[in-house]
Design a protein around this ligand. Structure first.
Ligand code: ZN
Length: 132
């Protein structure tokens, strides 16, 4: 079925049916959004040139006398990058410091959140809502 005939068919539906359709569309859209989130993370094995995922992990040295390993979480946390290429997952040790690319990404996310907040503030002003 092509999209045009789906849209035309919507005209014939009752409000109750339209609500059901909308709920279903929302559900699918949410799944897509979830899929995109997953695609940027470790679950994505399909995009060979996907950007790396960064994780902090603790390691265990395996020495029986090591207190950090026997009593604590182990050594670290250390940063690792995970990147899928050549059909397999590559893990790389990066050390104690947060990777620069991750810092850039966090900064970009913060910036877009700030922009979103500003846009929301404008909408609130426009409709004259008063927030506590
Ligand atoms: Zn240890």
């Amino acid at each position: 079925m092509d999209v045009n005939s789906i849209i035309e068919a919507l005209d014939t539906l009752t409000v109750a049916d339209l609500r059901r359709v909308k709920a279903e569309v929302d559900r699918i859209a949410e799944l897509h959004a979830w899929g995109q989130t997953a695609a940027s993370g470790l679950l994505d094995n399909t995009k060979p040139e996907s950007h790396p995922t960064y994780r902090q992990e603790y390691t265990r040295c395996g020495k029986p006398t090591c207190k950090k390993c026997s009593a604590g979480a182990g050594h670290g946390p250390y940063w690792y990058s995970y990147q899928h290429s050549d059909g397999r997952m590559h893990k790389e040790y990066l050390g104690k410091n947060k990777p620069a690319e991750l810092q850039q990404r966090e900064l970009a996310a913060l910036r877009s959140a700030t922009q979103l907040n500003a846009a929301f503030g404008k909408v609130v002003d426009m409709i004259g809502l008063e927030l506590e």
